[in-house]
Design a binder for this molecule. Structure first.
Ligand code: GLN
Length: 539
């Protein structure tokens, strides 16, 4: 059901940040996709970092990695989890990247002596990034989410670019959806529309009239509140959409469906409504997620646990895998920093599975190694991801092979036993941004291994983000003593997965499986780990 011209939807936010533009965008995209349209979502981030790869997870949460190796905003994870289609570098653009590209062009003399300015040079670059997705010809609809809140200095060039595009594409081909907050005043028992009116005024001062208002609210919006918003903000009554706080983000597509957000958008673009959204698999997932028959508790050992968004893809992957087994996966957040032999039983006791999370640097390393030991010795299902896999290797080196100095050169460059070592092609790297081993790489699985069993395939591809690797000089010793490399890069021999076959379930991976888990395709390694933890919980 493809259309002649790509339609552009811009999603902006007003009144407050963190209202969930990413989830609204993903939900709208999901509904349009479920009606047979092809949709992609893009995030424009108003900060000066080239990408979030160099950001501490405490700043913006997890850094999400795409197949093509882009280090991106975590909202792209939601887009993929909802749509089940991969995103790429083009789906996340930062102000830093825009400026870098304009300044590079200036240095090459591409502006032919012109004064380089925000308008038109920066705005042209922004519009080019938005249209780049449309021009692929792959999408009926491109949804572009503008980060930040209307009124922020940082997002002004994006808002101006949106204004220009709305004009250039024409209102039949481009629209704005403005997401705002309707606060509730408990003292008077009222839902207040004024902040939204102000936010829309501010948007209009930038020359943009919103076409749809999506209003986040704790309580249902009475018709008179909707009417008032329509009147004061020049928006059609049916285009004032209520967005109530939801139990789970996975309810939002259906909530938007009942508020007819998809229909309002399709009407705006004169799109054909033919098919009702096909949501059978999605709805089955939501049902299973909300009606679990079992419960397990997984310990997530990491050093950024105070901010759960730092592990967003991991917690979402557990939701997908849990629903597959009709199991509620409860997470016990455990800071690796305070974990020691003396308190490990108190902190990890009673868990059905233990996951040691990805990470960088020295802080919390000893706690992670202790958690691996506890899981290995007590035969608790174990899942190590990236740094978690490296810790599993170090633990095995120290406590099974009896090599007390086993370490990673990330932390001890001069260790006499570098079981985890910097990759050869990383040795000369000095820049921190975008220089890790990133994106999709192939991996070949060993027949008969747990990984082979859960994937049901021999050749897989997974996403990466690391500089260090298993040191193959030690592989023979590890394998002789019971830790086996069950996944390897077919070209380089880089160890991608280690397992301990004598343990009920001990699988640790160099890559990040969490990035590829979606509602429609829960990740096999999470599904396998949840299953093993469920078995463990029964005895
Ligand atoms: N710091 C480790 C490395 O660079 C692990 C990275 C990660 O967990 N993403 O190899």
């Amino acid at each position: 059901m493809s259309m002649s011209k790509t339609k552009y939807v811009f999603v902006t936010g007003g009144v407050a940040s963190s209202l969930g533009k990413g989830i609204i965008s993903a939900s709208l995209a999901k509904l349009l996709q479920a009606r047979g349209y092809s949709v992609t979502i893009q995030k424009l981030d108003p900060y000066l970092n080239i990408d979030p790869g160099t950001l501490n997870p405490y700043e913006h949460g997890e850094c999400y990695v795409t197949d093509d190796g882009a280090e991106t905003d975590l909202d792209l994870g939601h887009y993929e989890r909802f749509l089940n289609t991969p995103t790429s570098q083009d789906n996340n653009v930062t102000t830093g990247r825009i400026y870098q590209s304009v300044i590079n062009k200036e240095r090459r003399g591409e502006f032919l002596g012109k004064t380089v300015q925000i308008i038109p040079h920066i705005t042209n670059e922004i519009k080019e990034r938005v249209r780049r997705l449309g021009n692929t010809g792959k999408y009926d609809v491109v949804i572009t989410e503008i980060g930040g809140t209307i009124g922020d200095i940082e997002s002004l060039p994006y808002v101006e670019s949106m204004r220009q595009m709305l004009w250039e594409e024409g209102r039949d081909n481009a629209m704005n959806i403005h997401l705002t907050l309707i606060p509730y005043l408990a003292t008077t028992g009222e839902l207040k529309t004024k902040p939204t009116q102000h936010s829309v005024k501010q948007l209009m001062q930038s020359g943009v009239q919103p076409d749809v208002l999506v209003c986040r609210s704790q309580y249902k919006l009475p018709q008179e509140v909707k009417d008032k918003l329509a009147l004061f903000c020049n928006v059609r009554k049916e285009a004032v959409i209520e967005s109530l706080d939801a139990d789970t983000i996975y309810d939002v597509p259906n909530l938007m469906r009942s508020e007819k957000l998809d229909e309002v958008v399709m009407n705006h673009f004169h799109m054909d409504h033919k098919a009702e959204p096909e949501m059978t698999v999605w709805n089955k997932f939501v049902y299973n997620f909300k009606n679990p028959k079992n419960e397990i508790e997984i310990g997530l050992i990491g050093k950024y646990v105070e901010l759960h968004d730092s592990y967003k893809s991991i917690t979402e992957a557990f939701i997908h895998a849990g629903a597959t087994h009709e199991t509620k996966v409860k997470i016990r957040w455990i800071h690796s920093g305070g974990l020691e032999e003396e308190n490990v039983e108190r902190k990890l006791g009673g868990l059905d599975g233990i996951l040691v999370a990805p990470g960088f640097g020295e802080r919390g390393i000893d706690g992670k190694i202790e958690a691996v030991r506890y899981a290995r010795e007590n035969k608790i299902p174990f899942f190590g991801i990236c740094l978690g896999m490296q810790m599993a290797v170090i633990e095995f080196g120290r406590n099974v092979l009896g090599w007390p100095t086993a370490h990673t050169t990330e932390i001890d460059e001069t260790t006499s036993c570098p079981v985890i070592n910097i990759m050869e092609d990383q040795k000369e790297v000095t820049d921190k941004g975008g220089t890790m081993r990133l994106g999709a790489w192939d991996c070949e699985l060993k027949e008969g291994s747990k990984s082979y069993e859960v994937y049901g395939a021999k050749n897989i591809s997974e996403r990466h983000r690391h500089r260090y690797e298993f040191n193959n000089d030690y592989l023979k010793d590890f394998e002789k003593n019971g830790m086996i490399a069950t996944g390897k890069n077919p070209d380089t021999g880089l160890v991608e997965i280690v397992e301990i076959p004598t343990h009920p379930y001990f699988v640790a991976v160099q890559f990040h499986p969490e990035y590829k888990s979606t509602v429609l395709n829960p990740h096999p390694l999470f599904v396998g780990f949840v299953k093993a933890s469920l078995v463990h919980s029964k005895y």
